[in-house]
Design a protein around this ligand. Structure first.
Ligand code: GRF
Length: 220
């Protein structure tokens, strides 16, 4: 089986990168992580790539266009089919986003379109929502926008502070991201305008991250 080649862009801790590396360590998983790019030399995620024997590069260009050029070249050389942003804290150049349209995904710790940008967990607490969660979406030029592939719901507890909520959302991220990348690798995602449809329907392992979906589909 030819596995989809995934390049992961990081800026920091890299726990979502680790979740993707762990998923891809199963030879039956339809994608493999073949390149990690960080825009920061001190990103802890680089050590995760090294530990897994995955080629990794630092592209510390502060100029957005220069970063895009270097990243584009490295991704093409590695024959990357999908770029996964995982805690990548820079805006991508619009030319890069257009060139890689529908081949770049991101994970964000809120139920988009609510709470884009920085500190989404703090935003959720300030807004008083009862549920937040995380979203995997195709990337468009505007920050944290683009067709939504999958979401996982996380209840907000009365005792939550920003860190507690962030930790529970992060645990959901680590489950959701590998599932969403798998759907992409299986060629099951179809984008029409802002909507993504999943050929064969949303699989049960994603549906059960959302209790109501699971109930509605009789799997609860
Ligand atoms: C995650 O919460 C991700 O959703 C957001 O930044 C955080 C990165 O964490 N975009 P990590 O580097 O994957 O541990």
């Amino acid at each position: 089986m030819e596995r989809l080649k995934v390049g992961v862009l990081i800026s920091g801790r890299g726990s979502n990168l680790q979740a993707l590396i762990d998923a891809a360590s199963d030879p039956a998983y339809p994608a493999e992580i073949v390149l990690v790019i960080s825009n920061r030399a001190d990103a802890a995620g680089l050590a995760r790539a090294a530990a897994a024997g995955i080629p990794h590069q630092i592209i510390a260009e502060s100029d957005r266009a220069a970063f895009a050029l270097a990243a584009d070249r490295a991704l093409r050389e590695a024959k990357i089919g999908l770029v996964a942003l995982a805690g990548f804290m820079r805006l991508l150049d619009t030319g890069f986003v257009a060139a890689w349209q529908d081949r770049v995904v991101n994970i964000h710790p809120s139920l988009l379109p609510a709470f884009p940008g920085l500190h989404p967990q703090r935003q959720a607490l300030a807004a008083g929502v009862r549920f937040s969660g995380c979203t995997v979406h195709f990337v468009r030029a505007e920050v944290d926008s683009g067709p939504i592939i999958a979401q996982a719901v996380v209840p907000v507890e009365d005792s939550d502070d920003e860190n507690r909520l962030a930790a529970r959302i992060l645990a959901a991220e680590h489950r959701l991201y590998p599932l969403a990348v798998r759907l992409y690798a299986e060629g099951r995602l179809h984008v029409t305008g802002n909507r993504v449809t999943v050929r064969g329907g949303m699989p049960p392992d994603i549906a059960v991250t959302n209790p109501l979906e699971a109930l509605a589909s009789g799997r609860g």
